[in-house]
Design a protein around this ligand. Sequence first.
Ligand code: MF3
Ligand code: CO
Ligand code: CO
Length: 282
Amino acid sequence: MTETAIDYEESPREGEITIHDAADFEGMRKAGRVAASALDMLTEHVTPGVTTGALDDLVREFVFDHGAIPATVGYRGYRHSSCISLNHVICHGIPGPKALKNGDIMNIDVTVIVDGWHGDTSRMYYAGEPKVKARRLIDATYDAMMAGIESVKPGATLRDIGHAIQTLAEGQGFSVVRDFCGHGLGRVFHAPPNIVHYAQFKDSFGGVHRASNTVLRQGMFFTIEPMINNGRPDVKLLKDGWTAVSRDKSLSAQFEHSIGVTETGFEIFTKSPKGLDQPPYA
Ligand code: MF3
Ligand code: CO
Ligand code: CO
């Protein structure tokens, strides 16, 4: 996901939402399947002692072995095949020499390119045994993503998606991160529209922010990828320019699917072929 103030230099026509045809859906199915399979592959490797860099190496090998390219390598100077966001890291955590400890929770986000199509997906994992509160946060985040997805159909609006997610997350006492959003995708990685994960919120200056009432149409492709905090929603960016953490150091969770709007609803391109869409995976 990218900043809410997204610039669309990559997209074909500025501000325009591409409508895709049946052949394009087939392209997204293939890309989505490779990305989801990479996340499936990781499940047995996430254990205390393994480094996030080693997990990223596994992703890179898997992606190339499956005729795909990691979309994140070289993206705005990023050098890795995944983002691994531990504990209070909200998103864009950089893989490295840090070893996982018992009870760590993390989001692993993989984007691949297959025949020019982008499959972008992430899930939560834990090393060893997570705390009860962490499991509750993870379950609520998955449910929030799915509630957002289930609101998708032609004629619904982007605000309906945000409303479903915000209602579920806040109803369980968690908060929705506002500074990052989902995005259109397809032949480009980040395209219009922005998919914000709230319907409405008031900022600390009293300004009211509302999700757009853009109407969904058959053939739109986008991600839904809510980041949910067990604390305040505010974000701090670390000096590496990528790692986004919760300001209050509260735990943060995220799931992401790439989906398409169909005639009657939605199709999820990044469902787990092995049924490992949410933990526990054992
Ligand atoms: N996969 C992320 C998303 O959901 C984007 C990661 S860009 C990177 O949009 F450069 F940080 F890898
Ligand atoms: Co994304
Ligand atoms: Co992603």
